[in-house]
Design a protein around this ligand. Structure first.
Ligand SMILES: *Cc1c(COP(=O)(O)O)cnc(C)c1O
Length: 367
């Protein structure tokens, strides 16, 4: 029996940095520096490290990537009665956060080519209540950033980048997260840069927006016991920050490995499957490697038979979920959700594993 190939392998990722990570965690424990907020030196260090990495002025850490989107929207003053444009295909957080601040997500269909938001459909959905567009750099691949920026300028809307899947991705040689009015990151363990628990961040160049986000994420405090607004408890833990500072040093190398794996998959897998494009100016960091096939059920059976793990990101477009009351017809998203498969993708994936997975896919006769 062939050993199972996992979709992601967090254990071998940890082992590759075990000594430095264990040391960093022990240090936080010895210093009792558990809770984040402005006084925690490990949290401050990660905020500064990540700001330097992205080349952005402000990083405001928080508890997770979903909170990050909510806090960004609140900081921009988006709230009850407002509409926010969101792609039909993304993880639920992108729209859930909009609902949780009292606004309405308005779904827009995706491109057939890269599955990010179809910018040619956005302006039809703009009303007098529209306040912002959230673009998602899905699977690590930058959305059409220049089109979205232009639409936001023309219509006086805020541009928020959801970078939860795209740490280190680049558009025209500049990191995503630096184009919008604000951007949000998740450091959920399975992301390209992942903590050992939940963690997230809001980033922006504007000092005032950063200060508001910082207050909201820590009980509305400007400093201790000085509550200037109603906020919440959404802080990054010291342990998560220390782990993230260690792992950040390897992020570029891990992303390079992911891109190499994607190139290898693309080269080996038959053209009967639709494969992702690899583009220097629109640099994906392959959080996920996703193929498309009309025979998904059969292909999945074949993968299972051969001990290859897979995922579906995602099985249902948000525009089709009853929990979101705003109706929007997004046929491309429906078709894509019915035919995509995410193949194993993580830095430590071996060339031989990619070859094995590709041969299983190619040998399967799905004419
Ligand atoms: C993971 C993810 C989030 C949410 O991040 P959490 O840290 O899990 O809250 C938001 N948007 C997208 C696109 C994601 O993939």
């Amino acid at each position: 029996m062939i050993e199972n190939i996992p979709l992601v392998d967090l254990q071998s990722n940890y082992l590759s940095l075990k000594q430095s990570i264990d040391k960093a965690i022990a240090e936080v424990i010895n210093q009792n520096a558990f809770i984040g907020g402005s006084g925690n030196k490990y949290v401050q260090k990660f905020e500064s490290d990540f700001g330097n990495y992205l080349d952005i002025k402000n990083v405001v850490s928080c508890a997770n990537g979903t909170d990050a989107i909510e806090i960004a929207l609140q900081s921009l003053g988006v709230g009850i009665g407002d509409e926010v444009i969101v792609p039909a295909l993304t993880w639920i957080s992108t729209a859930e956060s909009v609902v949780n601040i009292g606004a309405t997500p308005v779904f827009v269909d995706i491109n057939e080519s890269d599955y990010t938001i179809n910018t040619s459909l956005i302006e039809d959905k703009i009303t007098k209540n529209t306040k912002a567009i959230i673009a998602v750099h899905l699977y690590g691949s930058p959305a059409k950033i220049d089109d979205i920026s232009a639409i936001c300028k023309r219509n006086n809307l805020y541009f928020i980048e959801d970078c939860a899947q795209a740490h280190g991705a680049e558009f025209n040689h500049k990191k995503v997260g630096t184009f919008g009015d604000m951007a949000t990151f998740s450091f959920y363990p399975g992301k390209n840069l992942g903590a050992f628990g939940d963690a997230g961040a809001i980033v922006c160049n504007d000092e005032n927006l950063a200060e508001i986000s910082r207050q909201i994420s820590n009980h509305g405090q400007k400093n201790k016991h000085n509550h200037l607004r109603i906020g919440r408890n959404s802080r990054m833990d010291g342990i998560q920050a220390a782990v993230l500072s260690v792992k950040l040093k390897s992020l570029d190398n891990w992303n390079l490995l992911r891109i190499e794996h994607a190139k290898h998959y693309n080269y080996l897998i038959d053209n009967k499957y639709k494969k992702p494009k690899i583009d220097e100016l629109n640099k994906s960091v392959f959080h996920l490697y996703v193929i498309k096939t009309k025979n998904r059920a059969e292909v999945i059976t074949e993968l299972e038979k051969n001990n290859i793990s897979f995922g579906i990101h995602y099985p249902t477009p948000l525009s089709e979920m009853k929990i979101f009351k705003h109706f929007s017809n997004c046929p491309i998203a429906i078709d894509v959700c019915n035919s995509i498969i995410s193949l194993p993708m993580f830095p430590e994936l071996k060339k031989s594993q990619i070859e094995y997975i590709s041969s299983v896919l190619n040998n399967f006769n799905n004419n």
